[in-house]
Design a binder for this molecule. Structure first.
Ligand SMILES: Nc1ncnc2c1ncn2[C@@H]1O[C@H](COP(=O)(O)OP(=O)(O)OP(=O)(O)O)[C@@H](O)[C@H]1O
Ligand SMILES: [Mg+2]
Length: 408
């Protein structure tokens, strides 16, 4: 099932709706004003800081609010400088297609430009800043990469910090209000703590919990531990399947107690939902996963633990690097069907064992004989003359419910 992601639906439309980071906001607006007045000290601004703190959002909000045309490129998507040139250079030097309107050029995630793969990608950006007649905004999570030194020197550096828990909760509460979802404060608090300042993650978690409910209580967050486990598996699966760069997916390997066998099952169940409708992405994703499965099997069979890192890389970065990944859509991940069946099979087997043991004790036969020579007759009787069968089961000390749970 896919819906509009709330992160998009509630993206701020005005700069003052961007929550938190007052210093960054002030600095950014001052820099934009210096463009409006004429000559800015720096032609580009580099907004940097942790994920989900509002870097991309503030640029969108400013463009919207000032009525400027937004030329947007995800720098890591631009695999060659030729493509970057084509898309952005003409925009940076020509008048707006909307007449006198001004423009703002956003190069999102410049730290994702890989200089080895992308010869001249950074050079191209430097050149772009030099010739542009319009403000250029760059964003990055890590601006301190030495390769970005020259770029840094050309930019107004604006730091975004992790949002405070209180700020995250405020946004979540407002979304609940607008969605008509009644949510315990304790739940909002738990989501916000868990997100550690990443508002995108917090909003996504809230949307997962709100699926199909008008009320979210603490039990919803934490029904029997199983739920808690699922909630964290949701996050792990989401961070792999929606990673914007394969390297980002590696982050989950830092989790202290990652259950990778479980993760394999979860990915197996959910790749198809997140990657559809792109058949190519689905096929690439499953391809990487199947290699991971092969490595894991060899590792177990031959006790070759050195294979584990390969399996883990394939499972995370490998799956995340599926090509032609469709744009992010909101998907509610589901529990692996295989595990569900295994666990219901396990229950059934246990029920069978219990009934067979009872019969074997009563009739002094082995459980094998009970299974092969007693049960078939009871089944025939049960299907033809239920009340008589009930009497027989009764005399054996077996309830009808037990019998049905084991053999039907
Ligand atoms: N400060 C904020 N105020 C309001 N909403 C925010 C803020 N920060 C993030 N959001 C919400 O979270 C979503 C993701 O934020 P955004 O894209 O701005 O993060 P980012 O800082 O660019 O992160 P990344 O480094 O991962 O690109 C937005 O669509 C918006 O819904
Ligand atoms: Mg961003």
């Amino acid at each position: 099932m896919s819906l509009v992601p709330w992160t998009e639906k509630y993206r701020p439309k005005r700069v003052d709706e961007v929550i938190g980071n007052p210093d960054a906001k002030r600095k950014f607006v001052a820099w934009l004003n210096s463009w409006i007045r004429g000559k800015p000290a720096k032609k580009a601004a580099l907004l940097y800081g942790p994920p989900g703190s509002g870097k991309t959002s503030i640029v969108h909000a400013a463009a919207y609010q000032f009525g400027w045309e937004l030329i947007e490129t995800n720098a890591s998507d631009v695999r060659s400088s030729a493509a970057l040139r084509r898309r952005v250079f003409s925009a940076a030097t020509q008048g707006s297609i909307f007449g006198a309107r001004s423009k703002i050029i956003l190069l999102d995630e410049v730290d994702g430009v890989n200089p080895r793969e992308d010869h001249g990608g950074l050079r191209t950006i430097l050149e772009l800043i030099e010739i542009s007649q319009y403000p250029i905004v760059l964003t990055a999570n890590n601006p301190w990469d030495p390769r970005l030194r020259e770029l840094r020197s050309l930019c107004e550096l604006i730091e975004f910090r992790r949002l405070k828990k209180r700020e995250v909760m405020k946004v979540l509460a407002e979304i609940c209000r607008r969605e008509g979802v009644d949510c315990d404060r304790a739940v909002l608090s738990a989501i916000a703590s868990n997100a550690r300042g990443d508002l995108r993650a917090a909003i996504n978690d809230l949307q997962s919990l709100a699926m199909g409910r008008k009320r979210i209580s603490l039990e919803d967050l934490n029904i029997l531990g199983l739920r808690a486990e699922q909630a964290t598996m949701f996050e792990i699966v989401r961070s792999i399947l929606t990673a914007r760069r394969p390297e980002q997916a590696l982050g989950v390997l830092r989790l202290p107690s990652l259950d990778y066998e479980m993760l394999l099952q979860w990915l197996n169940e959910n790749i198809i939902f997140q990657y559809s409708p792109s058949l190519k992405a689905i096929s690439d994703g499953y391809d990487a996963l199947s290699w991971a499965d092969i490595f894991l099997a060899r590792m177990r069979r031959r006790q070759k633990w050195v294979l584990l890192p390969y399996a883990l890389q394939l499972m995370t970065a490998g799956v995340a690097s599926a090509r032609e990944k469709p744009p992010f859509k909101f998907v509610k991940y589901s529990f692996p069907e295989k595990l569900r069946r295994l666990s219901s099979l396990r229950n059934k087997r246990e029920n069978m064992k219990r009934v067979l043991t009872t019969i074997s004790q009563k009739l002094h036969v082995s459980t094998r004989v009970a299974l092969l020579e007693v049960i078939p007759y009871i089944k025939i009787i049960y299907e033809n003359d239920t009340s008589n069968a009930k009497n027989i089961l009764n005399s054996l000390g077996i309830s009808e419910r037990e019998f049905k749970a084991a053999f039907y």
